[in-house]
Each structure stands twice: as structure tokens, then as C-alpha cells.
Design a protein. Structure first.
Length: 112
């Protein structure tokens, strides 16, 4: 659903519609879950940043809060204050390009 200018935003969660102050605490826990996943995984395999990994991390971190939308690229148009993010149908290609660009840049970092 696209929010009309001036409307208050909300997100449906597993816990219903909750105040932003409570959602922030849940999101902090979600970030910790995703971070722990990365720390654990990096001990087992070399991590390659891909669109699939980014979606996986989002799912690991937030599926318990946003089960219907986590781990996927959005399928709707959104606005963030006065910013208009890219069209939803461009996201898969943008993320693939981002990951390819990052892969190339990482090749040129000094090793320690």
C-alpha cells in the first residue's frame, strides 16, 4: 500500500500495530540476530555478498517481526519523508549491480 502525503505510517507486525518506540526495540533485536548469523556463518564458509544473502539476512533478522515481508524485496512503492526510493521493480537489478560493484571494490582493498 502506498502512503498518501501526510498520512501516518504503520507496519503490520506479528505483535499487531505497535508504537514506533516499541518497534525500535524489536528492530534492535532483529539486527542483533542478523549480526549473530553473520558471525557464526563466517566461521564456517567464506561469505560472498549477494542479493540472496542480503534477503537471507533480512529474513533471519526480521521474520519474527514482519513474517509477510521479511527476506524479500518490496513489491510496493514507498516514500520516506520527502525521499522517493527506487521503484520496487528495479530493486532486484539495483541490488545485483550493487553486489557486483562491491565485489570488484573488495578485490582492491589491502590485505593484512
Amino acid at each position: 500500500m502506498t502512503k498518501k502525503p501526510g498520512e501516518t505510517s504503520y507496519r503490520e507486525t506479528t505483535f499487531g500495530i505497535i508504537p514506533r518506540s516499541k518497534l525500535i526495540l524489536l528492530e534492535i533485536e532483529g539486527i542483533k540476530r542478523a549480526w549473530d548469523f553473520v558471525l557464526d556463518r563466517r566461521l564456517k564458509v567464506k561469505i560472498v555478498i549477494t542479493p540472496e544473502l542480503i534477503k537471507k539476512l533480512h529474513g533471519v533478522g526480521f521474520s519474527w517481526i514482519f513474517p509477510e515481508t521479511s527476506g524479500k524485496f518490496r513489491k510496493v512503492e514507498v516514500t520516506v519523508s520527502d525521499h522517493i526510493p527506487p521503484k520496487y521493480y528495479l530493486l532486484p537489478q539495483f541490488m545485483a549491480d550493487y553486489c557486483q560493484n562491491l565485489k570488484e571494490r573488495l578485490k582492491h582493498l589491502p590485505t593484512f
